[in-house]
Every structure is written in C-alpha cells, then in structure tokens.
Design a protein around this ligand. Structure first.
Ligand code: FES
Length: 326
C-alpha cells in the first residue's frame, strides 16, 4: 500500500467524530462474539476521542493533563499494547495492526472495521466475530496515536497476560456463580461474592460482602498493587475519596452489571462531570461504567479497571475557554 493510501485511511478516520465511532460499534455489535461485546465498548470508554483531542491542544499535552487533573497512565501511545490486554481479541493484536496498515478506507466506519476483521480472520485463521471488536479498537488506536507511532509498534504483541484461548469458556466462567452466588436464599445477608478485577490472572479477584461497595471490598484484598499502578494504594481498584468526588475509581463492568446496585442520580452526575459516561446508556439503571465507591455488590462481577482518571469534561472546556475557542 502506498503512503498516500495509508494517509487516506487516517484522513477518513480523522473525519469521524466520537458519535460516528459509537454508531459503528452499534452496527457491529450483534456480529461481535459475546466475549468482546462489552469489552470493546468499555475500551472505547477508557480511551475517548475527546481525551486525545484535548491532549493535542496548543498548550501541549502536559499542560492539558495538569488542567484536567489527569492521574495514572493517560497517554495511549505509551501503552497501546497494554490497553487492549483485557479483550479476548488481544491475541490477534499484531495481525490487526498489520491489517490496518494495509487497509484502505471504505464507505463507512463499520465496513472499514469489518474489512480489517476479515483480513485478520484470514491471516490468523480465526472467526470474524472474534476479531471484530479488536479491529474497531485497532482503528481507534491508529486514529489517536497516528501513523508514525502505530507503524513503529506494528509487530509488538499485546502486553501482559491474555485471556484463555477458548472464548466460550471465558464467557461461561464470567457467568458462573461463586458458591454464595448460588446459595443466595440460604445465606441471606451474610453472602459474599467474587469481584474479578483481572480475569487473566489466578489471583485477580477479591470477595465482597453483600451490599458492600466494590472499592471498600477491594481494600481487604491482600497484595502489593502499587507496583501495578501508583494509584492503587488500597487494593486493586484505585481510590482516593471513597465518596464519589475524586473520580479515581471508575471501572468497566464486563459481566454482572445486573448484580450491582442501581446507579443513583448522584453517581450518574459524577460520571458525566468527569466525562466517563461516553458509552453509558442514560436510561440504563445498571450501566457498564461505574464508580467503584458507589456501586454495591449483590452478586458476582467481572471488571476492567480504567488506567487513568481526571476531569475530562470540565477542565477541557475551561482550557478551551482560556484559549478563546469555546
Ligand atoms: S474513590 Fe473517589 S470517586 Fe470513588
């Protein structure tokens, strides 16, 4: 493929606003294997277009990060291979990147995603449904980090542990109830549930008492989590305030969203304030993006933990006003 054709694909992607990407995710949703259906949307929540655009403001990324109070790993280009690890399709990450680098644009975003997935299915001999989600993610990574960085990393695999090879077993395991999840009626208020914060490791879960919020339950998990992320000072979920003020503790719920307390007006408003709610359905009482200090457990859940936190909406708008562009 010529440099011009590659530029055409990037130019095509750059014309698409976040809304168009979310519509494309909707268009491929039913054809995406359930192992990655929610994981794909959660990845798009963790890495919204608005974040990368804010970081490209004329003040520079560091100044914008300061103005948005960003904490954690907020630079996608530094962790593009790690960011995808919680998706099943991560095992095809190299094939996805190479397919993108040889893909030209097509009529719509959804058909471009399908085109990449088809090529990956041919090179890696895998069902298209298993690589549709990761293909969408790959195109968004390409859109956000740009051609040079993407090309440099084209042959590096996903970083970290991968999900087991059998996708149906992953789905079954997510849905399997822990012992107290099964004995719900016998154990009454003394039930305890599994919170899987990392499905890919043996020690990636902790227990939550019925009605306890995820953040509080995580504080009892033993282990050194700061080496994974300096924000994890009290268990595997980053926390600071525990009352919905700081925004450290946002998580994506891969499975078990129906086992969490219904979202309150306060939590919904806080998610909106931070700019974390890009993929949540405003009418959903148990959406996939939650604040761990507000969501209480009434059953088993599987999570993905957001790699950064900050005040994306408010600070971004303030920054734009300062620049006289809003
Ligand atoms: S710990 Fe501060 S918002 Fe949850």
């Amino acid at each position: 493929m010529t440099v011009m054709e590659k530029k055409q694909l990037l130019g095509f992607l750059e014309q698409k606003p976040q809304k168009a990407w979310l519509e494309a995710l909707g268009a491929i949703r039913e054809d995406t294997h359930s192992v990655d259906r929610e994981a794909t949307r959660i990845w798009f929540s963790f890495w919204p277009l608005e974040l990368s655009e804010a970081l490209r403001a004329p003040e520079g990324a560091l100044e914008m990060a300061r103005s948005m109070d960003l904490e954690g790993e907020w630079k996608l280009e530094k962790q593009m291979d790690a960011s995808v690890a919680f998706l099943y399709g991560a095992r095809h990450w190299v094939a996805v990147k190479n397919a993108i680098l040889t893909q030209s644009d097509s009529d719509t975003l959804a058909t471009t995603i399908r085109g990449v997935a088809l090529r990956v299915s041919e090179t890696d001999k895998v069902a298209v449904s298993l690589v549709l989600g990761i293909s969408a993610v790959g195109l968004m990574v390409f859109r956000q980090v740009g051609q040079e960085v993407f090309e440099k990393m084209a042959d590096s695999p996903a970083e970290g542990e991968l999900l087991p090879k059998n996708p149906d077993r992953v789905v079954t395991k997510r849905k399997r109830k822990s012992r107290d999840g099964v004995l719900t009626f016998l154990k009454g208020v003394n039930r305890k549930f599994d919170v899987r914060w990392n499905e890919r490791t043996r020690n990636g879960s902790f227990r939550a008492i019925n009605g306890q919020d995820i953040a509080m339950a995580g504080a009892r998990a033993e282990g050194d989590y700061r080496t994974l992320d300096y924000r994890r000072i009290d268990g595997p979920v980053p926390v600071e305030c525990r009352v919905g003020s700081c925004g450290y503790c946002w998580v994506g719920v891969l499975e078990g969203h129906g086992n969490l307390s219904a979202i309150s007006d306060f939590e919904r408003e806080r998610l909106r304030y931070f700019g974390y709610d890009t993929t949540n359905d405003p009418d959903d009482e148990q959406p996939r993006i939650r604040l761990a200090c507000q969501a209480q457990c009434h059953g088993d859940v599987s999570l993905a933990i957001a790699p950064w936190n900050g005040e994306l909406k408010r600070r971004h708008h303030q920054g734009r006003k300062k620049l006289g562009t809003a």
